[in-house]
Design a protein around this ligand. Structure first.
Ligand code: ATP
Length: 331
């Protein structure tokens, strides 16, 4: 166990931005490892907004019992406009000080880390981040909390859609979350055996779609799944389906937008285990005098990545996986 450093006595923990399954497991791990290091733990409800309003709750070990298997976040989350202002940050600082909170763990995405960075540039309370978003789009880590569960949710839903697609000989455009990132669509597309995958990072795949319709569907196949990330350049599943239907009036085209169900549900075993690893690592990083870093996982090993890099850089799409998908779908 790491020696306690620099007189940290009480830490705060909160979830921020979009909710993701596994966040509860991370809060539990942060709380219990902090207690193991003889620290007090304060849960901050509703993200930065709750911090500004002083919506705090003391967390004992028993307070985080029975939450690991639950989806969502029991501390709740929020998007706070007020925290973006100097006044909002000053209020948040006063609230943290009044609770004698010496250091904070933030669980969230890029935006949440941007807030933490801005705050740390003005105030003397260190922040360490844990990547939590179903998009898995953060620089510096192979994994973000919630991605594995969301992926399994999409696969389960699309398996069902495939049954009806093949029974009726339909082409289904399935839209999954990912305004700027196609990681979920790519992995889900491979796992579901989608014929075409359309993601924001790649422009040219409308050609693949046309190829599938003219060469694949019409001559060899009788149904198809087109996996579309919501941020795809063509404008999402509805627009694409409309266009295809117009150009090929003989086809039976349908759209399914999976929507918010992708955020919910009990976290997978992988999400629970990795959230636990990251939660413990975040507390150890604070005790080790780290600040303004994200704890991440690379090749299943804990890494520390400066938040400034995380918010500036993008995670590359897995081109090898994309090529594998194209190879096995060559017509
Ligand atoms: P997701 O990836 O799920 O959207 P996120 O953490 O990126 O999660 P955001 O809504 O972008 O979600 O950010 C969460 C909150 O962080 C914002 O509501 C805001 O309170 C705070 N925040 C974001 N950017 C800044 C900033 N530049 N300065 C101060 N606070 C910020």
């Amino acid at each position: 166990m790491t020696e306690k450093r620099k007189g940290i006595k009480r830490i705060g923990v909160f979830t921020s931005g979009g909710d993701a399954p596994g966040m509860n497991a991370a809060v539990r791990a942060v709380t219990r490892s902090a207690i193991a290091h003889k620290l007090d733990v304060v849960g901050i409800r509703r993200g930065y907004q709750g911090m500004i309003e002083g919506d705090f709750v003391k967390l004992r070990s028993s307070d985080v019992s029975g939450i690991m298997q639950l989806g969502g976040t029991f501390l709740q989350t929020a998007r706070s406009t007020e925290f973006r202002s100097d006044e909002g940050m000053a209020k948040a600082y006063q609230q943290l000080k009044s609770q004698e909170i010496d250091a904070v763990v933030v669980i969230g995405g890029d935006g949440s880390f941007r807030g933490a960075l801005d705050f740390s540039q003005q105030y003397d309370i260190p922040f360490v981040g844990i990547p939590g978003t179903i998009d898995n789009d953060m620089y510096g880590t192979d994994y973000t909390i919630g991605f594995d569960t969301a992926l399994n949710t999409v696969v389960e839903a699309v398996d069902k859609i495939k049954d009806t697609a093949s029974s009726h000989g339909r082409i289904f455009f399935v839209e999954v979350m990912g305004r700027e990132a196609g990681q979920l669509a790519l992995k889900a597309g491979v796992a579901c055996g989608a014929e075409v995958i359309l993601i924001p990072e790649i422009q040219s795949d409308e050609i693949e779609l046309e190829k599938f319709i003219t060469k694949g569907y019409k001559s060899k196949k009788r149904s198809g799944i087109i996996m579309v990330a919501e941020g795809d350049k063509a404008g999402g599943a509805f627009k694409l389906a409309e266009k295809v239907q117009k150009e090929h009036p003989d086809l039976d085209v349908r759209v399914s937008i999976l929507g918010h169900m992708q955020r919910g549900g009990n976290p997978s075993a992988i999400d629970r285990v990795k959230a636990t690893q990251l939660g413990v690592a975040a507390v150890e990083a604070l005790l080790d005098d780290q600040k303004s870093i994200m704890v991440g996982l690379k090749d299943d090993k804990i890494v520390h990545v400066p938040m400034v890099k995380v918010v500036k850089m993008n995670r590359d799409i897995d081109n090898d996986l994309l090529n594998i998908h194209r190879t096995i779908n060559t017509l």
